[in-house]
Design a protein around this ligand. Structure first.
Ligand code: SF4
Length: 189
């Protein structure tokens, strides 16, 4: 901030594009909807607490979907709850983002085979931008996922669709097969 102050008081000119300014403003004020579905929500609450201090990224939960631009699906999505999740998603204004937190929300988690009452992935009812694996994911993992959402916002520009931005983001991210192999090697040592 000191540098920025100095630049302004010396009458310098900052040149950028409208896209960059808008994206910077949006990614620096990401407001997730404050709602949780099961045990993953406890980790989400811990991430919002003072130890991890999400507000330093401009991220803090809002209690209304109409003021939120990010939905963190934290927990098991039961069939009964699925309809409510869709309703909340539809109440959010565009542009909106969805982060799926934990195995339950990603693919049904421990209920994927015999849980007749559990949706096998929230992406069956709403579009998901970023998946965070784990049961439950640690706050550090959630922060990593939130930073991916910020990266996605930074990549979105006029003329570049969300799908293209997601593709670019996936290309930049670590190959999941390599990550699995590395973890297998670490376990076998
Ligand atoms: S992924 Fe694990 S911790 Fe998260 S809601 Fe499902 S069972 Fe609970």
């Amino acid at each position: 901030m000191g540098l920025l102050d100095a630049a302004i008081t010396k009458h310098n000119v900052l040149v950028t594009s409208v896209d960059n300014v808008l994206n910077w403003a949006r990614l620096s004020s990401l407001w997730p909807m404050g709602f949780g579905l099961a045990c993953c929500a406890i980790e989400m609450m811990a991430t919002n607490a003072s130890n991890y201090d999400l507000e330093r990224f401009g991220i803090f939960p809002r209690s209304s979907p109409r003021q939120s631009d990010l939905m963190i699906v934290a927990g098991t999505v039961t069939m009964k709850m699925a309809e409510r999740v869709v309703r909340l998603y539809e109440q959010m204004p565009e542009p909106r983002y969805v982060l799926s937190m934990g195995s339950c929300s990603n693919c049904g988690g421990p209920y994927w085979e015999h849980g007749y009452h559990v949706l096998k992935g929230v992406d069956r009812i709403i579009p998901v931008d970023v998946y965070v694996p784990g049961c439950p994911p640690r706050p550090e993992s959630l922060i990593g996922g939130l930073m991916k959402v910020q990266e996605l916002i930074r990549m979105e520009q006029i003329g570049i669709s969300r799908a293209d931005a997601l593709k670019k983001l996936a290309e930049k991210s670590a190959d999941p097969k390599m990550v699995i192999q590395r973890e297998r090697n670490a376990v076998s040592v």
